[in-house]
Design a protein around this ligand. Structure first.
Ligand SMILES: Nc1nc2c(ncn2[C@@H]2O[C@H](COP(=O)(O)OP(=O)(O)O)[C@@H](O)[C@H]2O)c(=O)[nH]1
Ligand SMILES: [Mg+2]
Length: 299
């Protein structure tokens, strides 16, 4: 770090409607996969930090669950609280708006919540890659004219093509307060290693199952360790995980015919773990039923 420049460090909460593209954006900003993504709502359950160090700046992005307008159960209530709490802790916020769902009720609610905290609030209009005709952006921005004076700006981006990301990063750096860094350099997230492993498997379950079931399950890493394989002179990662569902019917769906689905999920998760850790991975998945898991985890 340059001794002549004082360090800056800040938390930037990333909030938005479910499925808006918050987690995708944070992974692009951090240039690493710190949080899981799916095309289904309610994938992100807890606040996940994505930490970026650049010269004398440390930015801590907080990925949050999408705003649930009417929570249906304990988990959704907690998720809603997490989004609110993150805004309270943050030094600035990004309200992520999917251009295809720009008029979702959650957008204005979150904008107001952020402005109430009196923190700099940036609006990111994401998924602009799906719009060939960019002139459609103008009326969308104008529909927020009443809040314009309080907002730092509107930034059209795409997490898929990375369009608009650099411009956004420039603006965000200016919002960081002068402060000592909170995390050591090279820290990517505050999430534990075993939770990161669980989350990866959960992501693969979300992509392999239909709407309702993924939300009703959890993944716990029961045991993991590194082992040196003397034959190939390389370390290996060994992981045992429990997939917890509420009912017998859900277990059947997770297992699939002759265990085909869970095997496929295991293959996808293991392949990604191998890529991330650049070593062989042995992954063992076990499906169990516990009707009270949500109560125990979030009650
Ligand atoms: N076309 C397009 N799709 C995106 C973009 N960002 C996210 N998505 C998709 O939107 C869905 C929800 O993304 P995710 O990041 O999990 O949203 P979150 O629920 O707000 O965290 C996924 O299917 C993503 O692949 C983008 O910039 N362009
Ligand atoms: Mg998410």
């Amino acid at each position: 770090m340059n001794k002549l420049t004082s360090p800056r460090c800040g938390l930037i909460a990333i909030v938005g409607a479910p499925n808006a593209g918050k987690s995708s954006l944070i992974n692009v900003l951090v240039r690493n996969k710190v949080t899981i993504i799916s095309d289904k709502p309610h994938t992100t359950r807890q606040a996940v930090y994505g930490i970026v160090c650049h010269e004398f700046l440390q930015t801590i992005f907080i990925d949050t669950p999408g705003l649930v307008l009417t929570p249906q159960d304990l988990l959704q209530t907690r998720m809603r609280q997490t989004s609110r709490q993150s805004l309270k802790e943050a030094d600035a916020s990004i309200v992520v708006i999917d251009v295809e769902r720009a008029y979702h009720k959650a957008n204005r609610i979150l904008l107001r919540q952020s402005l109430q905290q009196r923190i700099p609030t940036v609006v990111v209009l994401t998924k602009i890659d799906v719009w060939k005709d960019k002139s459609r952006l103008l009326p969308l921005i104008q529909s927020y004219r009443d809040l314009e004076s309080e907002i730092v700006g509107f930034f059209p981006v795409s997490s898929h093509t990375h369009q608009g990301i650099e411009v956004l990063e420039e603006v965000l750096r200016k919002l960081l307060p002068e402060r000592q860094w909170i995390f050591p350099e090279h820290t990517l997230t505050q999430i534990s290693f075993e939770t990161t492993l669980s989350e990866l498997t959960r992501e693969k379950l979300f992509s392999s199952l239909h709407q309702e079931v993924p939300y009703k399950l959890d993944v716990i890493t029961e045991k993991w360790y590194w082992r040196k394989n003397k034959h190939i002179k390389q370390k290996e990662l060994w992981v045992w995980q429990n997939i917890i569902v509420e009912k017998e019917g859900q277990k059947k769906l997770v297992l699939g015919q002759e265990g085909g689905r869970v095997r496929h999920v295991g293959f996808l998760a293991r392949t990604e773990m191998q890529l991330q850790h650049q070593c062989p991975v042995h992954l063992f998945l076990h499906v169990t039923i516990d009707p009270t898991w949500m109560q125990r985890a979030y009650g």
